[in-house]
Write a new protein. Structure first.
Length: 365
């Protein structure tokens, strides 16, 4: 059985789905690995590094697509790649099924089994495969680094002969995986950090990292069974906006990470609220590609409003593709290991396995 992988569209995506480390692990399962030539040279990994652990290098993506039994991708294949995929191949990646309905429908028509890793259930057995968590961790870290770059003051408190420099204040909106990493990173760099989340259970996590938890009184349960945030009521949103008025006046950097699975990002910062911040402040909107948590947020742009920089993030993982690829490839290998039966030498699509059942796309939605 052959596992294959091809280059992504490098103008949009720099990550790869197989590294030399995971190539070796896949081969140790009893599988073969083939990749397109110059597969990862753009992130500093040579073809020889893959060859040295047993991978076979093909001259074109078409050769890989027509020979592999399982194809790994970061993103959904292009129309041309779909045409070149042989029937009954297995496809695994972060395929964004809600956005790529037509493409996935075309793939399924070729009798290709399609697994989208964003659909993994939140169970302990799936943790090593959790691509959203691994990539969100990096996003939370990077959001702080880039916010600090745009903020034109020092972050930690400094005591000098010329006087004391006060510590910058950072507010994190959303205390999921990205938000918690942002809190931890900002604290390590010396900022005074506060955070808010609609889920009451987040309080303990925020405080364990040294952050101050901001919330409003609530009677409604805003957490799903899977641990994700739910959309809040209008009454809650009004209370939240009042709380934000005071918080925004005091903070220098706001990092927005709030998302609701399957929906547009909640708009938390209105135009009025944004304008309450001091000139020179920074709003870094990690949710921009899903609609944005902040007014004035546009994907891939920095908009300056009353001296406040509002940054709409685009393709953040492209700014640390080597680390992102390493984590993603490990997640993907864990999924392949769960799918492959070494004893019977075939990919066992067992729908009684919750991981397989939840990630397999039966039809385009």
């Amino acid at each position: 059985m052959i596992v294959g992988s091809i280059k992504e569209n490098l103008s949009l995506e720099k990550r790869v789905s197989i590294t030399p480390e995971t190539t070796k692990n896949i081969i140790n399962l009893g599988l073969k690995v083939i990749i397109e030539n110059n597969y990862a040279t753009h992130i500093g990994i040579t073809d020889n590094e893959y060859k040295n652990v047993g991978a076979e290098i093909k001259n074109s993506s078409k050769e890989v697509l027509s020979n592999c039994d399982l194809l790994t991708k970061v993103n959904c294949p292009s129309d041309e790649e779909i045409l070149n995929l042989k029937d009954q191949t297995i496809l695994i990646g972060m395929l964004n099924p809600s956005k790529n309905q037509n493409k996935i429908s075309d793939i399924i028509k070729k009798n290709i089994k399609v697994f989208s890793l964003e659909l993994l259930p939140r169970i302990s057995r799936a943790q090593s495969m959790d691509v959203l968590s691994s990539q969100s961790n990096l996003a939370g870290y990077r959001s702080v680094i880039e916010s600090i770059y745009e903020f034109e003051k020092a972050i930690p408190m400094m005591m000098t002969a010329a006087g004391t420099v006060p510590a910058a204040k950072v507010l994190v909106i959303g205390a999921g995986v990205a938000g918690l990493q942002a809190i931890a990173t900002a604290k390590r760099l010396g900022a005074i950090v506060s955070a808010t989340d609609v889920r009451a259970a987040s309080k303990e996590q925020v405080e364990s990292l040294g952050g101050k938890f901001l919330t409003v009184e609530q009677s409604e349960n805003l957490e799903t069974k899977g641990g994700y945030a739910k959309e809040a009521s209008d009454d809650f949103k009004k209370k939240q906006a009042e709380m934000m008025k005071d918080a925004l006046k005091k903070n220098d950097i706001v990092i927005c990470t709030a998302l609701i699975p399957g929906k547009s990002a909640p708009r938390i910062l209105s135009e009025e609220l944004v304008k309450l911040m001091r000139a020179g402040s920074v709003i870094y909107d990690l949710a921009a590609e899903q609609g944005g948590n902040s007014a004035f947020s546009e994907v891939g742009k920095i908009n300056v409003v009353n001296g406040i920089k509002v940054i709409g993030v685009n393709n953040l993982m492209n700014r640390l593709p080597l680390t992102a690829s390493s984590l993603y490839a490990k997640n993907l290998f864990s999924f392949i290991r769960n799918l492959f039966s070494k004893e019977k030498n075939f990919f066992n699509i067992n729908l009684e396995d919750e991981i397989i059942e939840k990630t397999l796309i039966k039809e385009a939605k």
